[in-house]
Ligand binder design. Sequence first.
Ligand code: HEM
Length: 496
Amino acid sequence: WQIRRKLQVQGIKGPKPSLLYGNVWEMQKIQASVMEKTANNEEFVAHDYTSTLFPYFEQWRKEYGSVYTYSTGKKQHLYINHPELVKEMNHCISSDLGKPSYITRRLAPMLGNGILRSNGHIWAQQRKIVAPQFFMDKVKGMVGLMMESAESLTRKWERCIESQGGKIAEIRAEEDLRSVSADVISKACFGSSYFKGKAIFSKLRTLQKLVSNQTLLFGSYNAFGLVSSGQQKKIDDLEKEIESLIWKAVDKRKIDSDDENKDLLQQILEGAIDIHDHDRVDDKDSSKRFIVDNCKNIYFAGHESTAVAASWCLMLLALHPQWQARIRAEMGRVCEETGRLDSDCLHKLKTVTMVIQEVLRLYPPAAFVSREALQETKIGHITVPKGVCLWTLIPTLHRDPHIWGSDVNEFKPERFADGIFNACKLPQVYIPFGLGPRLCLGRNFALVQLKIVIALIVSKFTFSLSPKYRHCPAYRMIVEPGEGVHLLIRRCGENC
Ligand code: HEM
């Protein structure tokens, strides 16, 4: 109550909370009424996943504006979608702002205290180790293996066409896209392959579904945050299994400090030794935790969001065959000059880039940037009391008609024809990869991989949505196609 009062006296409004559960009941009620409406609505694709996935945020934003406060029982939250304040929050370098601790606790079996969730000096050490592996120069060197993995997918889809009669095949794209990005991250960072690391990926995926079932956003210690003992046991078992699989892979690796081409796993191992020596931590377990947590973070961050972004790309391209045709024409021009895609011609794929940018605008896989005031701190004119969690809803920023224009809900890659700076009035609101010191480390890596995968698929196949496709974005730590992306694919030469 005291924390809320400190926000209210600064003119920040919000829905009235109940005594124990804050606004959680109301969130549940709003969500349920939207689910009821959408369950009977077969009408296809309003590209606005916030109004179905996070309807309470939309309702309160309309009532209270782009800054308001709400409560989930013991936690007080501040919703910030004002462009200037968003910028300030994301650029904050003070350790007074960190990742929300209650979410970190919930995600601990998945991510531990790795780079995605850590704060302060542990985070800074991890970022120093991981960042150089994803500098553009390094990523350029990974183009060959990205091509290899994408080509194995197109070969698989060709075999599907053969086995389904030779003309047309029905496929589910998202699982194959997941295998491609898992393969790429395994080879690029861990000197392994999807095949070898398959068990880790599939267990992480099961764990992801289990932990995001726990109504992740509704704060801690409320009726909805409780996990059944059966579910908790599954989570604990998976955590142990993943840890032992990663540890086995690590054990196989000999530390070879003379090798100039060290991959990320090598860097993480050496980082753990440095931290052990530097901090004089005698505890062997902490080095082990450091290694396992960071491997899990990279396995997850490195493949899940890229695969989901690629799935949304194919869904939108299936709806807009004219953009498939434009990409194909561009590939024809670029490959005529070079014969094959390589790292030097990727920047010539302007249409592919525009399509990817538009997909990440409409369907950013990461829905939120969230922080917690670890100490009382200032964001713009607002004094944020210690303990308050701050939330920015990325898709809402991406769909503000005052910034993007009245066609904001339409798929129009041409808006990016002259770059992000000319696509909207305030480019700092386009943040599919976040912003500031915690900007996504894998941005270059993901964009290059997306370009290769999309360009290659579109140059080989034409595709449309299968009648089996159901449009139901789902929030499972990231926003993904809830029931996959069912496509009907044909070989390109057949009809284009
Ligand atoms: C389309 C694909 C991707 C999207 C949309 C995406 C999005 C994001 C966003 C929004 C953040 C910032 C979160 C925040 O500020 O709290 C982030 C952080 C991060 N991402 Fe990505 N990401 C993608 C791919 C990747 C890939 C391929 C990697 C490679 C390992 C990666 C590694 C990371 C890491 C390590 C962080 C944490 C950075 C830090 O806290 O210092 N991401 N990502």
